[in-house]
Design a protein around this ligand. Structure first.
Ligand SMILES: Cc1cc2nc3c(=O)[nH]c(=O)nc-3n(C[C@H](O)[C@H](O)[C@H](O)COP(=O)(O)OP(=O)(O)OC[C@H]3O[C@@H](n4cnc5c(N)ncnc54)[C@H](O)[C@@H]3O)c2cc1C
Length: 441
């Protein structure tokens, strides 16, 4: 009996089909968009590419078949994500966030809510459908599970029972896709809101779907240094009225946040691997052709050869950790909170050093924009920071799982189930300055 790392023939076909799409269609469009100064224009320039990706099924294949999706696995989505990210890391983020907007409905929503919102995304006419995952706030998201009602998530949803609505007031900062193609909103924005002003984050948060065009929301686009082909916005909510039937996970918004970022963790991890692979392919080719003024290509120098061997090993190890995490999440319907988080933090952090090492091999030309290598660097730096942040949320989540009395490291090796509970939340949110005189006087 062996451990099976083989891709099926369908998965190999997916990989090479997406690679061709990434190189032939995505690359030229992303290179143009990356150089557009206005961040919203850069995003809109990607719309035709998105529509083509949608036609290939890349935007919906991972959604459950019973709601019109392709019923694909996280592993399949991962194979596609690596190929796209090796060319441009912003574009697959648009697809990934579509998933973050809709997958929580499958875990916490009702059948009617799934049929309505996932059905909308998978309808034949929805060729440019965008979902937004709206959780982050300017004051900080990392402490969403803080026990104080005045810490963590502060977008408030007050229940107007007489009118059967929730009334939203506050601000969100950073959600991706959420402004939509025309800044009138994504088709469905899944917002994490505070439905109880008196309790802490483990009891007071819920999820609510806000439909495109809902009055009272303003969108302002954020100008980022990397991943410029996806859109991030600040959203201001002023007395935004949303039907109460759009609410779900009442009081369990904390669990929605954790499970959702567990689902996305290995996907963000493999996206980091993809960026590193793109840089590695560039450096490998360069090292076989560039002489640096010497008599033979620089790969003949031991310093270059050794570094290439280390780079390749790091990329391989990151990829297989992500595959393992995705395999585990596929088996347990995205209940694998420590493994998902570890795949994200390990790859997000490691792949930055890989990209820098690739640039060291290329040498000074790596910072000449003409060669396109600096884009890998601008993309790699985003990975420890996005997808809930590696320090503030993902590592804390893995920590909470490991601190549980029932946890043993064998759970991952043996592939046994391990359910995530609220008792694993809240680690580290009460940190403060150590007692004693301040070092700064
Ligand atoms: C390209 C991109 C796409 C994004 N897409 C989305 C999206 O679709 N939806 C969305 O809602 N957001 C999105 N974001 C925001 C992203 O998810 C952030 O990771 C998230 O806002 C958390 O940021 P943060 O960890 O920096 O949190 P903050 O709360 O701003 O914390 C800042 C830092 O403080 C430290 N810190 C604070 N508290 C703790 C603690 N208790 N323990 C340890 N360290 C702590 C950590 O170092 C942390 O990194 C996106 C961001 C980018 C760049």
């Amino acid at each position: 009996m062996s451990v099976d790392f083989e891709l099926s023939s369908a998965q190999k076909k997916l990989k090479y089909d997406v690679r061709e799409f990434a190189r032939e269609v995505l690359r030229p469009a992303a290179e143009r968009a990356d150089r557009i100064d206005d961040p919203h224009e850069a995003f809109v320039a990607m719309k035709p590419v998105f529509e083509q990706a949608h036609a290939m099924g890349l935007a919906t294949d991972f959604l459950p078949a019973k709601y019109g999706g392709g019923g694909g696995s996280i592993i399949d989505l991962m194979i596609a994500t690596e190929e796209l990210s090796a060319v441009d890391a912003g574009f697959p983020t648009i697809l990934l966030v579509n998933g973050l907007a809709l997958m929580p409905l499958t875990w916490f929503g009702t059948r009617e809510q799934c049929e309505k919102w996932i059905g909308l995304a998978t309808a034949e006419t929805s060729t440019d459908h965008l979902g937004g995952w709206v959780v982050s706030e300017r004051g900080g998201t990392a402490n969403f599970d803080h026990p104080s009602p005045t810490a963590g998530i502060q977008l408030v949803a007050d229940h107007d029972r007489a009118n059967g609505e929730y009334v939203l007031n506050g601000e969100k900062h950073w959600p991706c896709n959420a402004g939509g193609w025309d800044l009138r909103g994504a088709d469905a924005n899944l917002c994490i809101v505070r439905t109880d002003r008196t309790k802490g984050g483990k009891e007071a948060l819920s999820a609510i779907v806000v439909e495109r065009g809902t009055p009272g929301i303003e969108y302002e686009v954020i100008d980022k240094i990397g991943l410029r082909t996806c859109q991030n916005v600040t959203m201001t909510f002023r007395d935004v009225r949303v039907p109460e039937e759009n609410l779900f996970a009442d009081g369990d918004g904390d669990l929605v946040i954790n499970r959702n970022f567990t689902w996305s963790g290995p996907l963000a991890g493999i996206a980091a691997v993809g960026v590193a692979r793109g840089a590695y392919e560039f450096a490998l080719k360069w090292s076989k052709t560039y002489t640096g003024g010497g008599s033979s290509p620089i790969i003949g120098h031991q310093a270059v050869g050794h570094l290439l061997a280390e780079i390749a090993a790091k990329i391989e190890s990151g990829r297989y950790l992500c595959w393992k995490a995705a395999h585990y999440l596929d088996k347990y319907d995205s209940e694998g909170h420590a493994l998902g988080a570890m795949a994200k933090t390990f790859c997000g952090d490691l792949m930055q050093t890989v990209v820098v090492d690739c640039m060291r091999i290329v040498g000074v030309n790596a910072v000449d924009r003409k060669f396109g290598m600096e884009k890998f660097y601008r993309e790699a730096i985003v990975f420890p920071l996005y997808d809930s942040g590696s320090l503030g949320m993902q590592r804390r989540k893995a920590w909470g799982v490991m601190a549980d009395p029932g946890f043993t490291p064998d759970i991952f090796v043996d592939g046994d189930p391990f359910t995530y509970t609220k008792s694993m939340e809240g680690y580290g949110v009460l940190g403060g300055a150590p007692p004693g005189p301040s070092r700064h006087g």
